[in-house]
Design a protein around this ligand. Structure first.
Ligand SMILES: Nc1ncnc2c1ncn2[C@@H]1O[C@H](COP(=O)(O)OP(=O)(O)OP(=O)(O)O)[C@@H](O)[C@H]1O
Ligand SMILES: [Mg+2]
Length: 427
């Protein structure tokens, strides 16, 4: 599983690390940088998918990949009064623990660390890889520093670096011109194994932004995984319902999560062959997806994503409480904590909901972070809430939600950074 994400000079972070757990919750005021963290994960996901930097940043229409927010030169942190120069770069680094699903069959250490440094290109307005590193435990198994060595085959001048694809794309898949050249190095196998393991893990992420209108649409059969906006919901649910056990789990969660007494689903097709979704209640009422409530569809999509055939290992949900009634949030938290409890799947969610925050269990509390923009700066910092002074105590006496809604977290964080008043003794 991924255990941390470090962002250096990426968007509004100078050098910050997000601690990542089974269920990672990110809170913070508007424009603090929560979605910038999602952008960083998406960037790495694009690298894991083997896309070029131009595709990651600008979009890859045929693969349904949307551009990362902002132009390429907006990913590097703006520095007051300074133009973006070729010396500027941002760096993203992930650490992961070996696990059964992604890495353990490889002969690698317990902790794998991958870092990619990216800089804007001088002329084209694009991006290029400036440096890449792969570590297994404390052993470096790949670094582009070899490019700096004089008189080697790999000595290239900086502008040519843009031609070098990520190690995850070319060495991880043992293809491309670099693989041959690297074969002369005795560690080539370990590099290839490390790159494959990291690429697999980064590739295995999903970023959902559910849109009820997309979920209402009927879908052609064949899709087994949900679209990013919740597309193909009817066919994904139909597939889940072919397994009686999973269908029972799905309906019981939906009964709990919504006031509907859901007994069954129907999936009629129309003359064009598209599958529709109909929810059947115990009293005989049938509700088509077309007139089901937004919240019901959101719950269904969440269930389809987390209980369905999707083989992803990391799920990112923005403002996960959107459209859901606060009285149902405890079930949402319970569902995610249960799904992530064995360490196979990880969920990262941003939220503005104090109610939801109050409901997280002890383990999730340890992986809850607050993002905060320090006063009079454009920079944001990320801190585990549990590390704020007296946070554990106050969580017990007041509840975490109150600490969020009363802006205690920001005040405590500013104070801990030597930048503000003690939240216990405000002036
Ligand atoms: N390259 C950059 N350098 C410095 N700051 C940047 C850069 N790109 C974006 N930002 C800052 O990041 C902010 C946006 O952050 P983000 O979208 O992550 O906020 P958020 O926490 O998700 O807010 P909300 O809760 O409103 O969605 C912008 O307002 C801008 O100040
Ligand atoms: Mg946001």
């Amino acid at each position: 599983m991924i255990t941390s994400l470090r962002l250096k000079d990426f968007k509004n972070f100078v050098d910050e690390t997000l601690h990542v757990g089974p269920f990672t919750v990110i809170v913070g005021a508007n424009a603090s940088g929560k979605s910038n963290i999602r952008d960083a994960f998406r960037f790495l996901h694009g690298v894991g998918r083997g896309y070029s930097l131009a595709e990651i940043a600008g979009g890859k229409h045929e693969a349904g990949w949307k551009p990362i927010r902002g132009a390429t030169n907006e990913m590097v942190r703006f520095q007051a009064g300074a133009e973006i120069s070729e010396l500027d770069r941002f760096s993203l680094e992930v650490e992961m623990k070996s696990d059964r699903q992604a890495l353990s069959y490889l002969e690698l250490g317990d902790n794998i660390r991958y870092r990619i440094d990216v800089c804007p290109e001088d002329s084209s307005g694009g991006l290029s890889i400036a440096d890449e590193e792969l570590w297994s435990d404390s052993e470096e198994i790949y670094t582009t520093k070899i490019f700096d060595e004089p008189n080697t085959l790999l000595n290239r001048s900086k502008p040519a670096l843009c031609l070098v694809p990520s190690i995850l794309r070319d060495i991880g898949h043992a293809a491309g011109p670099l693989a041959d050249v690297l074969a002369i190095y005795s560690q080539a196998d370990r590099r290839s194994q490390g790159a494959t393991g990291v690429a697999r893990r980064l590739n295995s992420m999903r970023f959902f932004d559910f849109k009820p209108d997309h979920m209402r649409e009927p879908a052609f059969p064949g899709q087994t995984t949900l679209g990013d906006n919740g597309e193909y919901l009817p066919v994904v649910l139909r597939k889940i319902c072919t397994d009686q056990k999973r269908k029972a789990i799905l309906t019981s969660w939906l009964r709990e999560l919504t006031p509907m007494d859901v007994k069954d689903f129907e999936f009629p097709d129309d003359p064009s062959g598209r599958i529709h979704l109909v929810i059947c209640e115990a009293n005989g009422a049938k509700v088509s997806a077309n007139c089901a409530s937004d919240g019901t569809l959101r719950f269904l999509a969440l269930l389809a994503a987390l209980l369905g055939n999707d083989s992803a290992l990391i799920y990112f949900f923005e403002e996960i409480e959107n459209g859901l009634h606060s009285s149902r949030l405890h079930l949402l938290v319970e569902l995610i904590e249960r799904v992530t409890s064995d360490g196979t799947k990880q969920v990262v969610a941003t939220t503005h909901s104090p109610e939801m925050l109050s409901l997280v269990g002890d383990s999730t509390f340890e992986s809850t972070s607050v993002v905060c923009r320090l006063e009079d700066t454009n920079e944001a910092i990320i801190r585990p809430v549990a590390e704020l002074p007296k946070a554990r105590e106050l969580r017990k006496t007041q509840g975490l939600g109150r600490l969020l809604s009363g802006r205690w977290m920001e005040t405590a964080l500013a104070f801990a950074e030597g930048n503000g008043n003690d939240p216990e003794h405000p002036e």
